[in-house]
Design a binder for this molecule. Structure first.
Ligand code: CMC
Length: 451
C-alpha cells in the first residue's frame, strides 16, 4: 500500500477505501465512490466559506498565515516593496518572472498607450448622482467597458486576452479618478502619459490649474508600495469571485466588475474605509479602552483586525506602518495615527485578541496614509481595486489555462421540503408577510418625490 494515501473505513457499510493524497490534499471527487447503496449519490464534503477547501492549484501567490509570509511568484513581499515598482510587480504576477529592461519598457508602453477612456464612458459616468459612492461607479464603469470592447469575449485568443489585460490595468486608475472628480463636481483631468503609473493617477486625481502636474516623489513612491502590497492575495473573496465568474467564460471586464463588487464589502476591501470611520468614531485615545470593551462584548468588530489566513502580524501591515512615517514627513502627521497605535497596543495585549490570533491586517494603517495623501475615505476601496486588478487578471489567466478547471458549480445539502402539492390560496391560513416592508415603501416614495 502506498504511503501517499488515506484509508477510509465507512462504518455504515464496513467497506474500506484508499484515497490518493497529493500535495497534502485529497480530491473531493474521490469521495463520491463512497456509497451505502449503488444508487446513492455518494459522499460529499460540506465546507461553507471554503474554510478547508482548495479550489485551484496556483503558482502566483504564496501565504504562510502562521509565519506571516507573503510572496508573489516566490519573491518576498518585503523585497518587492523595497525594490520594485507596481507595474513591474503587475508584470511579475501576470508573466511569472520579473521583466528584463526591454520587457519592462514594452510593458510600460503598452499600459501607457491605453490609459485614455472612450469619451462615451464619461456620459455613463455623468448619469450618476453627485453623491454616488465611487466604488459603485467604479464597478459600473468597469462593467460598461465590456460594451466598448465586445471582442473581449474571445477569451481563448491569447493576443486578444493580452490586449484586454493592458486595457484594464491602464484604465482602472482613469476610471477611479474620473469617478472621484464626478463626485466632487470638478472637470476631469486627462491622463498625462509622461508620468509614472502612480504619478499619473495622482495627476488625474489632484491636478487643478497648473499646466503640468508634478507629483511629490515621496507620495508617488508610497503609492507604488501600497499598490504592490495590494496587488494579489491568492484565493480571497474577490479573487474567488473573479475565478467563479471567469469560469463561465465571461469577458474579463464583466468578471472584474463582479470581483470589484466582492471587494467592496466591509469584511474585505471595504475594511480600510470602515477603519477610518471607526477611528473617527472613537475620536480620542481616552475612548480606546471603552471601545475595545464593546468589541469584546460582541457589539461590533475591530475593523482592520483579524484575517482568515494570517494568524500572525500581516506582513503588509508592517510595511505600511513603516511608510506612514515617510508620508507624514511630507503631509504632516495625521492625529489618527496615535489613536491607531494605541488601539493596536491595547488590542495586542488583550487576551481576547491574543487567544484568537487577531492582528492588524493590511487595512488597519492604509486608510490613515491615504487620508494624509488627501484621498477621501470613500475612495479607499477603489484604491484597493486599482492594484488588485493585476492580481485578478493573473488569477483569471491561470484559471483559463488550467485543464482541471470547469465552470464553478458547488453542490448543496438540500434540507427543504420534497415534492408536495400546490396549496390553493384559501387553504393557506395566516402566514408571515414576506411582502413589502412599509418603512421601505415610505422611504422609497420619499426618495422618488425628491428625485
Ligand atoms: N474584531 C473582533 N473579533 C474578531 C475580529 C475582529 N476584527 N475578527 C475575528 N474576530 C473573532 C470572531 O468574533 C471569532 O470569535 P469567536 O471564536 O469567539 O466567535 C473569532 O475571532 C474568529 O473569527 P471568524 O469570523 O471565524 O474569522 P474569519 O476568518 O471568518 O474572518 C475576517 C476573517 C477578516 C472577515 C474577520 O477577522 C473580520 O471581520 N475582520 C474585520 C474586517 C477586516 O478588517 N477585514 C479586512 C481583511 S484584510 C483585507 C482583505 O484581504 O480583504
Amino acid at each position: 500500500m502506498s504511503n501517499n494515501t488515506l484509508t477510509i473505513t465507512d462504518n455504515r457499510t464496513g467497506r474500506q477505501y484508499e484515497i490518493p493524497v497529493e500535495n497534502d490534499t485529497i480530491r473531493a471527487m474521490d469521495l463520491r465512490q463512497i456509497k451505502v447503496a449503488d444508487d446513492d449519490f455518494g459522499l460529499m464534503t460540506y465546507d461553507p466559506a471554503f474554510m478547508n477547501t482548495a479550489s485551484c492549484k496556483s503558482t502566483i501567490t504564496y501565504i504562510d498565515g502562521d509565519l506571516g509570509v507573503l510572496e508573489y511568484r516566490g519573491y518576498p513581499i518585503e523585497q518587492l516593496a523595497e525594490r520594485s515598482s507596481y507595474l513591474e510587480v503587475a508584470y511579475l504576477l501576470l508573466h511569472g518572472e520579473l521583466p528584463n529592461e526591454q520587457q519592462l519598457a514594452d510593458w510600460k508602453r503598452h499600459i501607457t498607450y491605453h490609459t485614455f477612456i472612450n469619451e462615451n464612458i464619461k456620459k455613463v459616468l455623468d448619469g450618476f448622482h453627485y453623491n454616488a459612492h465611487p466604488m459603485g461607479m467604479f464597478e459600473a464603469m468597469v462593467a460598461a467597458l465590456s460594451t466598448f470592447y465586445p471582442e473581449a469575449k474571445n477569451i481563448e485568443d491569447e493576443a486578444c486576452r493580452r490586449k484586454q489585460i493592458h486595457r484594464l490595468i491602464a484604465k482602472v486608475p482613469t476610471i477611479a479618478a474620473f469617478a472621484y472628480r464626478h463626485r466632487v463636481g470638478v472637470q476631469y483631468a486627462y491622463p498625462d502619459n509622461d508620468l509614472s503609473y502612480e504619478g499619473n493617477f495622482l495627476n488625474m486625481m489632484f491636478k487643478t490649474t497648473e499646466l503640468k502636474y508634478e507629483p511629490d516623489p515621496v507620495l508617488e513612491r508610497a503609492l507604488s508600495v501600497l499598490f504592490i502590497l495590494h496587488a494579489d492575495h491568492e484565493q480571497n473573496c474577490s479573487t474567488n469571485a473573479m475565478r467563479s465568474i471567469g469560469s463561465a467564460h465571461t469577458d474579463p471586464y464583466s468578471a472584474l466588475a463582479g470581483a470589484s463588487a466582492a471587494l467592496y464589502g466591509p469584511l474585505h476591501g471595504g475594511a480600510n474605509e470602515a477603519v477610518l470611520r471607526m477611528l473617527n468614531e472613537i475620536g480620542s485615545i481616552d475612548h480606546v479602552p471603552e471601545y475595545v470593551k464593546r468589541v469584546k462584548a460582541g457589539e461590533f468588530r475591530l475593523m482592520g483586525f483579524g484575517h482568515r489566513v494570517y494568524k500572525n502580524y500581516d506582513p503588509r501591515a508592517r510595511i505600511i506602518k513603516q511608510i506612514a512615517y515617510e508620508v507624514f514627513e511630507v503631509t504632516g502627521k495625521d492625529p489618527l495615527l496615535d489613536l491607531a497605535l494605541e488601539l493596536e497596543r491595547i488590542a495586542l495585549e488583550d487576551e481576547y485578541f491574543v487567544k484568537r490570533k487577531l492582528y492588524p491586517n493590511v487595512d488597519f494603517y492604509s486608510g490613515i496614509i491615504y487620508r494624509a495623501m488627501r484621498f477621501p475615505v470613500d475612495m479607499f476601496p477603489v484604491l484597493f481595486a486599482i492594484p488588485r486588478t493585476s492580481g485578478w487578471l493573473a488569477q483569471w489567466v491561470e484559471l483559463l489555462n488550467d485543464a482541471d478547471q470547469k465552470i464553478a458549480r458547488p453542490r448543496q445539502i438540500y434540507l427543504g421540503h420534497r415534492t408536495r402539492d400546490y396549496v390553493p390560496m384559501e387553504k393557506r391560513g395566516e402566514g408571515k408577510d414576506v411582502g413589502a416592508d412599509p418603512e421601505q415603501v415610505a422611504q422609497d416614495s420619499r426618495g422618488q418625490a425628491s428625485a
